[in-house]
Write a protein that binds this ligand. Sequence first.
Ligand code: SAM
Ligand code: SF4
Length: 340
Amino acid sequence: MRSGELRDRFGRVATDLRISLTDLCSLRCTYCMPAEGLTWLSKSARLTDAEFVRVASVFVGLGVRSMRLTGGEPLVHPTLPDVIAGLAALDPRPEISLTTNGVTLAHHARALTDAGLDRINVSVDTLDRERFARLTRRDRLPDVLAGVAAAAAAGLAPVKINAVLVRDSNLEEAPRLLGWALREGYRLRFIEHMPLDADHTWSRADMVTAAEILDVMDAAGYRLAARGGRGHAPAEEFDVLDGPDRTEWAEPVGRLGVIASVTRPFCRECDRLRLTADGQLRTCLFARTETDLRGPLRAGATDDELADLLISAVSDKQAGHGIDDVTFVQPDRTMSAIGG
Ligand code: SAM
Ligand code: SF4
């Protein structure tokens, strides 16, 4: 099989693959999906588990060393442990992580680690049940919190928590989220809202920026120190040196991450690729073009032929997401259909 690396014309080498297993989801977060309606991929359009693993094996041959399973909601994919086990059997074995809304995680955490899952991110935007129900349009906060605890108990600590802050909703709760994460030993990361929502409600003026998040933390009494050395990681990491609830923290996890994709883009360091549930390769979250892998795969393409497709697609990767360009147009696929 063809080996080598996936290098683009700007010298960036792709080593991380996000695989969206499904576009279906158990929640309907306002910043991601519409209240109702969205055209789902048909079962035949979605890759089978064997196809996901076959494509992943070609990526591994080309130097991809970490894979994150996402969606939609990956836990609604009924055979998620089988996919994880398939990826874990690749040589060299990639690091395998999962991004989930946590709704059914309490039932599956142990099976996922048994299958080979290494790390997990759970999305928790609020600890207030009513606000959660408004923000996600489903009353499932107790299930999510049980899922986070189950993941930690199953050996996936430190669990990372993703939170998108929305003005007029959970922004005022940001310090409370950090206090909770520090007490429980979870690693919180705030994510700037990106223009990928189905309702097209994103506006730069309304978006909560990284600078504003840091101001809110400062005003709440948290003292943060940038750790630097971010490398390819999207999150800027801060040590939490002090805070209003210092005595209650679980040691040694005193950290906060901020993913400022919009105001502090990390495109120049980007090492990521994305595979959609219907087998399309996207070289950027905001790409407006995709490379079809499903067609060639089902037409009998060899591993070398698939590798050539990947090499050619990656060499054309765009320089940056272009959100600030006057010509910027939001991609047709929403976040839930791309895989965040
Ligand atoms: N359903 C899973 C979940 O919510 O964790 C995985 C898929 S979701 C698309 C992955 C991450 O993207 C979540 O942390 C979610 O909060 C985030 N997300 C969704 N829409 C977003 C948007 N428009 N801007 C920024 N982050 C977004
Ligand atoms: Fe579903 Fe995740 Fe999108 Fe929320 S953010 S609607 S949980 S895919």
